[in-house]
Design a protein around this ligand. Sequence first.
Ligand SMILES: Nc1ncnc2c1ncn2[C@@H]1O[C@H](COP(=O)(O)OP(=O)(O)OP(=O)(O)O)[C@@H](O)[C@H]1O
Length: 326
Amino acid sequence: MASPTPSEYIADALQDFDPPLPLAVTLSGGADSTALLLACRQRWPRQVVAIHVHHGLQVAADGFAAFCARLCAAHGITLHIEYTDARHAPGESPEDAARRARYAALERGAAALEQRLGLPIPSIALAQHADDQVETLLLALSRGAGLPGLAAMPAHWLRDGRHWWRPLLGVPGAQLRQWLRERGQDWIEDPSNTDAGYTRNRIRHQVLPALEAALPGWRNTFARSSAHAAQAQQLLEEVAAEDLQRIGTPPAIAALRALLPARQANVLRHWLARCHGTAASTAQLRELQRQLAACRTRGHQIRLKVGRGHVLRHGAVLDWQASPDA
Ligand SMILES: Nc1ncnc2c1ncn2[C@@H]1O[C@H](COP(=O)(O)OP(=O)(O)OP(=O)(O)O)[C@@H](O)[C@H]1O
């Protein structure tokens, strides 16, 4: 059977994509988001707008913004440029800081467009594709991640009443580039995408070609594994939420001790994330569970560094306190 053409890949992806309109496409000026914008514009001619985030600190930022302005003007697409300063906090990776700042800027950009157009914008689309998804999975494996990491990127989520979508997760990056070339459409190459100092780029340039050669169908099978992990993670979250309700907040030590270790770890992670917005490292969680197992007398104290603060024993319950500098 002939393999699908770039147009067939994209048509297939957009067929399953049915967002409430209008749709804002997040446009970096790279190949992926340029292709997503033009494909969506083709499908919903007057219902697509674009948001570009100008990362003030990057030298190339003006060039990206100028490209997006030219592209949108040429296709009659309304564009909003949102400025942001993605300086990273001490201890935070520059990539994470840029991502966090970008999502906040995209939110502000959507709100600004709503004001300007006098319309709600119920949907925002991001252009990550099948290779990005596999890179995310392999990065998670390289860090020893648990199920949430192995579940990789969700194709859809709802936040503050707005739908966020990733309609291209089934389309290989090379197909998007080919689709643009066939239309004579250019894009901007981000110089940081080839920097081998980033693990993601080493995965992209060294690991993916080896997988391509060794494992036919690996993109689909890896994506299927991520989908299994995402489903299992949903179940774990449900179990943790039920357990936490039973155990109480703050969690009762005796009730925690009655749980099997895996279930105890699951509810502790859930409590820290949902109630305190923090995460324990594997070593911190193991030590906390060891302390819980040893906590047999009234006098046994617990004070452990966990995430951005400390877990403490207060009588019959555990408590978490943020560090003053967190
Ligand atoms: N500066 C930006 N402004 C608006 N949207 C962005 C920006 N940077 C990234 N995005 C959106 O987030 C998605 C993922 O970003 P990421 O940095 O992983 O990819 P990218 O290499 O910039 O992708 P692309 O080839 O689309 O530019 C992009 O596909 C795009 O939809």
